[in-house]
Design a protein around this ligand. Structure first.
Ligand code: FAD
Ligand code: FES
Length: 262
């Protein structure tokens, strides 16, 4: 069930360069949330900025939902200045979350940059014995590991573009390397990150016939399927010409998207 409420901030702390972790008190959303879903946050009760901002739920803990966000513009700058005890207008959980890998099969979770947020929640629910979490970042100072959000049961392999931590290269390179050692192949690949990264991951998975689910982070205005602001072209595999990312996503089967149009 979707809740719209005023939630109290339990904490809002910096966990990496320009990256913050916020705990929002909401027993209702915490109880309903599944990995891959998101919340829309109004960063302040004023006409400006008017639109709510979407953020993945990166963890559910006690009666809190946690969001991990990078300061990229005005809205996230305002969020970063909020303090414990302040309140925010929050709506969620929204959208459709990740599915499950077939029973007994390992999953590969691939993240690019802040795309790590929903995959931490997924990794926590699958448990590290059931998945390999692979993450790519530009450089070592951008790396955000599970420990930064208090998850100690999730392991992560890292690739950095400049080779300052982990393997030098992209998360797609890291995935190819893992696949070459995995027997049997994983039952499912999950991915979240920038579009070029998602294209590379989906192409590898589809070439090997491994089911792949990707989470898209398009621009959103309403978050509820009412404004068309988040529409993306469908592949035509189903009887649809486009999808609303906020309502039918943000998680999609990679085969249902028109990758050429993204
Ligand atoms: C489903 C979903 C989940 C997301 N999860 C996370 C997350 O867990 N952590 C995180 O750091 N970011 C996440 N994002 C992106 C986040 O919503 C934007 O970074 C944020 O809205 C920027 O707001 P701003 O006012 O600071 O930036 P603005 O000043 O508005 O713009 C700065 C940049 O952010 C982009 N942007 C602005 N508004 C949106 C919007 N509504 N949706 C998407 N991109 C936008 C702009 O294109 C621009 O490049 C998610 C986006 C979606 C759609
Ligand atoms: S954000 Fe309005 S329809 Fe998706």
């Amino acid at each position: 069930m979707i809740t719209e409420q005023t939630s109290q901030i339990a904490f809002n702390k910096q966990v990496a360069s320009r990256v913050f972790l916020m705990g929002l008190k909401s027993p209702e959303m915490r109880a309903a949330a599944v990995p891959g879903q998101f919340v829309m946050i109004r960063v302040r009760q004023a006409m400006d900025p008017l639109l709510r901002r979407p953020f993945s739920i990166c963890r559910a803990d006690g009666d809190l939902i946690l969001v991990l966000y990078r300061v990229v513009g005005r809205g996230t700058e305002i969020l970063s200045e909020m303090r414990q005890g302040d309140s925010l207008d929050v709506m969620g959980p929204l959208g459709r979350g990740f599915g499950h890998p077939p029973d007994g099969r390992r999953a590969i979770l691939t993240a690019g940059g802040m795309g790590i947020a929903p995959l931490l929640f997924l990794g926590d629910s699958v448990g590290f014995l059931g998945c390999n979490l692979l993450a790519g970042f530009a450089s070592s100072d951008q790396v955000i590991g599970p420990d930064r959000v208090g998850l100690l049961n999730v392991e992560m392999s890292v690739a950095t573009d400049d080779g300052t931590l982990g393997r030098q290269g992209t998360v797609a390179d890291l995935m190819e390397e893992h696949l070459s050692h995995m027997d049997p192949e994983p039952g499912m690949v999950f991915a979240c990150g920038p579009i070029p990264m998602l294209k590379a991951i989906a192409a590898i998975a589809m070439r090997r016939d491994i089911p792949c689910q990707v989470s898209l982070e398009t621009t959103m205005a309403c978050g509820l399927g009412a404004c068309q602001g988040c529409a993306v072209k469908a592949s035509g595999r189903r009887d649809r010409s486009y999808w609303h990312v906020c309502r039918e996503g943000p998680v999609f089967d990679a085969r249902d998207l028109d990758w050429g149009a993204l």
